[in-house]
Design a protein around this ligand. Structure first.
Ligand code: FAD
Length: 494
């Protein structure tokens, strides 16, 4: 293993190149081939807090990165009209309340809820409480005793500026960039990839290939015919349309997802504009009507024409096949409802580093990598499917979602939750118990009972415990600056 070729320079290609440049400089030659003529998908602007691990690993300066990508902070996702029109809830990142005598906070809340005396569950999340007031501060390590020490943030950023930023980072760390369109792929007799040939006749050899070529999967699918697991029976949306509009005030520190008749619309606030898009099912609405729906729901002046995208939810049968690993859209697609695709690039790239092969094809390592990817993707899929399935919305699309047969792994989670509010995070599953709890409750699935250990406490004790948490969070939010103020001070755009 001397040389690794990354095919594609979108978010996936440059995230991987920046990581490899940082970690492998001097050990391996890293090269990226990308084609300006083909371009990138141009979307993907909301993230989850795990991205901070990637930033730490490559030692990015957070203020510089946000300044150069017109970034804003994200405390969670607001789901509007998802359960039924007129109802909304927030999936706030981070912890909710605090554990008390072996139990998670939500069990105590469930008892007060049964007694008809519960406050909104959102009051126990510092992230949600701050988001709803448009307030923001970064968590402070010296405030571990305060909810402010537990704020969990992610980012919104301009996707094209992000790829540019990572490109310059990668190039500073020794990654070579080659411009050109790949028109042919050379193979060894063994079935491994040997080289790629560009339109102008140049050939680039490598020992290992990372396919970041986007939906087309130039190496993993078009060349290696790896196969695709289609999940569109669980995630029936198959098209998206994205359009930016002028920024409006205030700068909200959260992504908004609004359910519509045939799908949903995102709203992502950046410093210089707001990103919007509609994700929809082509069986339930045609492109013209979808465009009208999207454009009639913008809250700022439209900037540019809608960018149309088609996709099939699912994943490659193997993310790693012989001497090729697929990352990003080449690996598969889970719709952006919980902003997980960039995370899936990051986690698979880090997984590849941790399982770095001794030789180009080391089957035990390949199998382990694929097993871990499958597990991660399936659990994220289940989480997204839950939002669709648990709905009380009118219309054929939502009726289909409500009555579809669920993946067994999700059904088991729902059954456990429904009886006693039990929820367990399995292995390295991405979403925490808190994330699942908020979506369960937000989508109207309230357990029949709660953990019997709750009975050790009296009603007044529980009400005092919950009341103290809500009051402390409320006091913290009052003293926080607004998100606009924080961004203007921390990372004003260049
Ligand atoms: P692309 O951006 O398509 O890049 C492919 C690269 O391959 C390009 O550089 C192209 O030039 C190159 N290439 C292709 N063929 C050739 C060739 N023959 N020769 C040379 N070069 C070639 N993710 C999130 O985390 N959060 C979100 O909010 C989010 N929103 C999304 C919304 C939508 C509608 C969609 C579709 C995706 C969204 N995603 C989101 C996913 C995110 O956009 C992608 O994960 C991310 O952009 C990675 O894309 P990519 O780099 O794999 O592909």
């Amino acid at each position: 293993m001397r040389k690794i070729l990354i095919v594609g320079g979108g978010t996936a290609g440059w995230m991987t190149a920046a990581l490899f440049g940082k970690l492998f400089r001097g050990l391996y030659d890293i090269e990226v081939v990308e084609s300006e003529a083909i371009g990138t998908v141009g979307v993907g602007e909301a993230t989850i807090p795990a991205i901070k691990k990637y930033n730490e690993l490559i030692q990015l300066d957070e203020a510089d990165f946000m300044r150069r990508t017109q970034g804003t902070f994200k405390l969670g996702i607001q789901f509007v009209d998802w359960l039924r029109p007129g109802q909304s809830y927030m999936h706030g990142f981070g912890v909710i309340g605090q554990d008390w005598e072996w139990l998670r906070c939500h069990h105590y809340w469930l008892r007060t809820h049964q007694r008809g005396r519960a406050e909104d569950f959102a009051k126990y999340s510092i992230n949600t409480a701050a988001a709803l007031e448009n307030k923001f501060v970064r968590a402070r390590a010296d405030m571990a005793e305060s909810p402010i020490g537990h704020i969990a943030h992610a980012f919104h950023f301009d996707a094209s500026l992000y790829a540019k930023y990572l490109r310059s980072f990668a190039e500073q760390h020794g990654v070579k960039r080659t411009e050109g369109k790949i028109v042919d792929v050379g193979m060894h007799d063994s079935g491994d990839i040997a080289s790629v040939t560009l339109e102008d006749g140049r050939t680039i050899d490598a020992d290992f290939f990372i396919d970041c070529s986007g939906f087309r999967g130039l190496l993993i699918e078009q060349t290696m015919k790896t196969g695709y697991e289609d999940w569109s029976h669980w995630l029936p949306c198959d098209r998206a349309m994205a359009v930016p509009c002028a920024r409006t005030r205030p700068l909200t520190p959260y992504t908004r997802s609004t359910a519509h008749e045939p799908g949903w619309q995102w709203r992502i606030p950046l410093q210089h504009r707001t990103g919007n898009g509609l994700v929809y099912s082509s069986k339930h609405i045609d492109d013209g009507a979808a465009e009208k729906l999207l454009l009639s729901n913008l809250d700022g002046e439209q900037l540019g024409n809608p960018n149309r995208l088609r996709f099939t939810s699912g994943k490659r049968r193997k993310m790693w096949n012989r001497n090729c690993v697929a990352l990003g859209l080449a690996a598969g697609f889970l719709e952006p409802l919980e902003s997980t695709s960039i995370h899936l690039v990051q986690s698979a790239a880090i997984r590849f580093v941790r399982l770095f092969p001794d030789s180009a094809t080391d089957q035990a390592t390949i199998d382990e990598f694929n097993r871990q990817c499958d597990f991660e993707w399936e659990r994220v899929r289940d989480f997204i499917v839950l939002h669709y399935w648990a709905n009380e919305r009118p219309g054929a699309f939502w009726e289909y979602c409500r009555t579809m047969e669920l993946p067994a792994t999700l059904q088991r989670k729902i059954d456990l939750w429904r009886s006693n509010g039990r929820i367990f995070r399995e292995d390295e599953e991405l979403f925490s118990e808190e994330s699942w709890i908020q979506v369960f409750l937000g989508q109207g699935i309230v357990p029949r009972s709660y953990d019997p250990l709750v009975e050790i406490k009296s009603d007044p004790q529980i009400e005092q415990f919950l009341g103290n948490i809500a009051a402390t969070i409320d006091r913290c939010v009052q003293v926080m600056p607004t998100h606009d103020e924080f961004v203007a001070k921390f990372c004003p755009a260049e």
